[in-house]
Ligand binder design. Sequence first.
Ligand SMILES: Nc1nc2c(ncn2[C@@H]2O[C@H](COP(=O)(O)OP(=O)(O)O)[C@@H](O)[C@H]2O)c(=O)[nH]1
Ligand SMILES: [Mg+2]
Length: 196
Amino acid sequence: MKISSARFATSAADYRDSPQTEMPEFAFIGRSNVGKSSLLNMLCNKKALARVSQKPGHTRLINFFVVNESWCLVDLPGYGYAKAPKAERNRFNDFVADYLEHRDNLTHVFVLIDCRHEPQKIDVDFVTWLVECEIPFSLVFTKSDKNKPGRIKTNRDLFLEALTEYVDGEPPSFITSSKNNDGRPELLRAIGTMID
Ligand SMILES: Nc1nc2c(ncn2[C@@H]2O[C@H](COP(=O)(O)OP(=O)(O)O)[C@@H](O)[C@H]2O)c(=O)[nH]1
Ligand SMILES: [Mg+2]
């Protein structure tokens, strides 16, 4: 799929403020700093579309971007903000949950996971919650330029193994790097098949 245009549409601080549109929507979520904004920029081939932050916990809003004037990318706030109190860390915003559970045009969720780490409980718990809610998702292992291919595959396999208890079959997974565009064609192809 070719990206001919990508533009910021709007931000919402509450699910009810989400824009009214029937365009298919693809949401990106993961821990703060996992590389969500960088991945959106990489996919759209635009450096400053979504804000990339050195500081975790920066994105507190749901940000909507329109691509090719026909579908949307959504940058959701990161869960697991390391500097928040522990009680808050294990919980993600109600409004993100509302969005994921009720947004009619939500087509697919991409869950970003840092490929350098072995499965983290917060990621496994979140994916398990998606399964319970019957929300379709894929796993995206980010920052592949920062780890050896063998280690990345091991971490991915461990994650898939941690899910077998909860998921029938294997969810689709991607390995990406926003530094070297690793995984870009595969992700765009997957999105393309879902909007046809
Ligand atoms: N080496 C490398 N760094 C990355 C990659 N993706 C993001 N980063 C860096 O990780 C930090 C957090 O990225 P950001 O996209 O803001 O993460 P977000 O909080 O999930 O939106 C920034 O310093 C990025 O430059 C990647 O694929 N490779
Ligand atoms: Mg971000």
